[in-house]
Design a protein around this ligand. Sequence first.
Ligand code: GLA
Length: 741
Amino acid sequence: MTALITISDDKVFALTNRAFSYVMRRAQSGILEHVYYGPPLGSPLEIDTGRRNVERGCTVDYEGRPAVNLNETLQEFPCYGTSDYRYPAFHARSASGHSVFQFRYKSHRVTSDKPEIDGLPSARGGASETLIITLEDPYQNIEAQLSYTIYEAHGVLAKSVKVINKSAAAITLQNIFSSTLDLPAHDYTLLHLQGTWSREFNAERLDAAKGRFVIDSARGTSSAAHSPFLAALEKGASEHHGRVYATSLVYSGNFAMSAETSEFDDVRILAGLNPFDFEWHLNPGDSFSAPEALHVFSANGLGAMSHIWHDFVREKISPPHFKNAPRPSYLNSWESCYFDVDENKVLALADKANDIGVQMVVLDDGWFEGRKDATTSLGDWTADTIRFPSGIAALAAKIKSKGLKFGLWFEPEMVSPESALFKAHPDWALHVPERTASLGRNQLTLDLSRPEVCDYIFEKMDAILSCGDIDYVKWDMNRAMTEIGSAGRSDGRDGQNIAHHYMLGLYSVLSRLTAQYPHIIIENCASGGNRFDLGMLCYAAQNWTSDMCDPVGRLDIIHGASYVFPPDVMAAYIGPSPNHQNGRVSSLKTRYAAGAFCAAQGLSLSAVDLDADFDALRQYISLANACAKDRMGGRFDRVLKTQNETAWQLTTADKSKVSLAYFQILSAPNLPVRIVRLAGLDPQGVYRLRDDGASYRGDALMQAGFAMPYSLLGHPRSGVRYRDSGDFASHIFVFEKVSGS
Ligand code: GLA
């Protein structure tokens, strides 16, 4: 491996691989300045590092140094109080009450072992180098270790920060961002992913205007309101062109990301823990580790950006046990039976699943003691003795004996006020004494900042999973946190940090469970995509993308999620029509097509629907099973997006098969014939369309494009491809590569 990190004698630090260069320098002031982030440079250490020093009127010279005006210095770890007036990465209160800090270079080291982050998930190392630069505030004796990991084969830069109090007095951290990306002046457009329950991941663009644009969460989960993802696009950047600087976080709780355009048009991107309601006491000798931030640079637009994220999620985030492993198709009991489940029903569903060709039965909510609706029993994780008299282990064994896999739903972080657990431990729920606790879906959140609560969750789940016949767990989390207080921290210290302690507790339970049961697929869910983030994906091989199973509702969700997440981690099933979330009636064909590229697929339909559509479902499931391998490790491209149309392309990892899914939402007369340019093909290759055997050259499909089916009522003419008429139409074209390199 050629060196990825080079360092000059006068402390210019350059991280370079085939995708990007990232350059910093120790300035004379000792401040670690940001110099460059962009396409790889041949000699990054030779870059002109001093070009930004300008004399201006009306500015403050940092510590009396002429032309060192921190307010327009690109920095790696900016602080408040010494002439930078932008939002800082670090802000703390000293024992004497002031909040003036400034860090200077102290030392550095390079390692090929990517260090883990205390208590937090992070991207795996391997074929990478990590530069750890230690900064210190000499007045306060506080150290900050900034870690930068660059990979040989990935266009991702991983950053994290650890603060160590080496002084004799406590300080209080008020904000500690994991990463600062100071981008030089340019016209930027910001892209972020916003939404709500059942409408997650709507991509939204806005111009970076003077001031600060913030996305964050104070809900205790990363949340569907704002996914922890923010990209700055050089104006005009599109799916295939232009520079993109994207940031995400390996964290699942209260986060904040901001883009601040300064008076000189520089843009500062900050990413990390939400400073709101955060205050961390750092005693002498203590350290604090902030979650990992990941950056992707793409010189070729959003499509290339997504490819970098997708490869990285597969290689360095997802649990390695399931890498490229085709996911079993499943029949989930939720929209089939809701809470009305019992052993006989589940066994009957299993028989039906078997007949249809489904490979796994997932028993969703409703299986545990007394759980007949959403009002009771969360926390009591033993099978309901009336409805499941022989218990879960016996049911699992019966299902396995039919040749099926078996999966089970848990909502481990929750407790119903009406439950044995709550009666025994009312103080185990997050709460503030003397205040009425707010219920969400009739339930309270357990206090995972307490180790005994984490132990309880582990033991209850272990008791069920240890039967050995459970292949999959759906890990749900169905409410945002309120009254975030803990009886476990009654000394009043750290009162504001329960939300972060909670995350550390959650990650500890997930680490224990995944270590004990590495072969169990965890499907992460939080009422759908309410906590679909890179932190949870370190433990969960797949994610229930959304409760929205209507295909039209799902298009934007998959489209938006795909900016960061590969289809390898997405789960989708064919749900009922009319859809239970928005009432839309749609064909089975389009319901299948909307999820056709998601790794995990299946059904959640009533016994009546299963019978009514039996033959068609058999066909779709047989297709889903046959293509399960195609959906792992492939290349996903967003090739068309208009208000009324969407098209995605999925190319298998071996490049032998290219699928193109096209959706037209509303029908109308006289629409344009839409031409879609395919991406990433072999220009000399020949591709045969399965529908009619026609052959196309790769370069023609990429440059001239391929005409989408035309919507028409009346008499089709020969030579023109017509689609089904009517609303919510879809078609999946499959091309097989028949020759080429
Ligand atoms: C959440 C999930 C659903 C289902 C229900 C069960 O809403 O998103 O898929 O599991 O909980 O209560």
